[in-house]
Design a protein around this ligand. Sequence first.
Ligand code: A3P
Length: 311
Amino acid sequence: MSRLEVAEAFGGITFPGHLHTQESLQLALKFPFQDTDVLIVSYPKSGTTWMQQIVTLITSRGDPRVSQTAPNWARAPWLEHHYSAALLDALSQPRMITTHLPHRMLAEALRGAKTKVIYVSRNPKDVLVSFYHFHKMANFLPDAGSFQEFFNTFLDGTVHFGSWFDHVKGWTSQLGAMPNLLHVTYEELSMDLKGSIVKVSSFLQRPLVEDEVNSCVRYCSFSSMKDNQMINCSLVPPEILDHSKGAFMRRGKVGDWRNTLTDEQNERFESVLAEKLPVCSLEFVWQLDIEQHRDTKSYRTKVSAWSARQE
Ligand code: A3P
């Protein structure tokens, strides 16, 4: 089933028909989560694959063999993809499952479950740039057009997978309400991979010894993952991912958006951010001073304000 040109409209969002069907999306909404499941949630290009690798390595106590022999989409299948049902059935406990669905679509299925949920977010300007490059190589995504055109659709939230703003608001507004929800940012992973691995292993109640943590760090590095065929998408046929137009493991940098966005685009982005993510209690560190490894700017958002407005 290639359906490269098909878009599935579902719940007000369009999804690539190559990966999704109405049936697979409906099934995801009713998925019987188990308490032992680990669910990795993200908007595309936010560090999903990185977190899949981290959880894989933590589960194997730093042993890289599973991550070198099983592709990430089989180790941590996407809940909503049409080909995942058989893969999910074949997973051993604890199951690692991935999703790009917004919280509103999974709220019912997750209600009452003790599933551990890891939400990964990233500076949306870096998501935008990464997503734009991915559109150029992914033949199952619409033609991105010029960067300016893609920029507009991203800010409008009419890109495939829906609005970044709604996705982040929906999931992070559950922090505190969902007891088993951990929020990890791409920037945290970049700034302190070792500390982040320890934090995730502790959340998963799988403490590791120093050597195991060091092994996780080694196999979760950008260079190691870029060379791993089970992760770098090089096994995906060129008619689906055109490898001549880019690399899935592209740059792996914080703040790469500065090489693409003009000052004018940055100002427009900031004004949309200010409008859609009002000020306060949740703090994202989105820009790092790479040399000194300290924050130069953070953006605060008010989760309680979103929750109030959503009700
Ligand atoms: P770039 O396109 O900016 O390089 P996702 O897995 O959600 O699709 O996200 C893909 C992005 O995460 C890509 O970003 C990819 O390079 C980056 N990434 C994946 N593994 C990484 C790692 N170990 N270190 C840094 N970035 C990583």
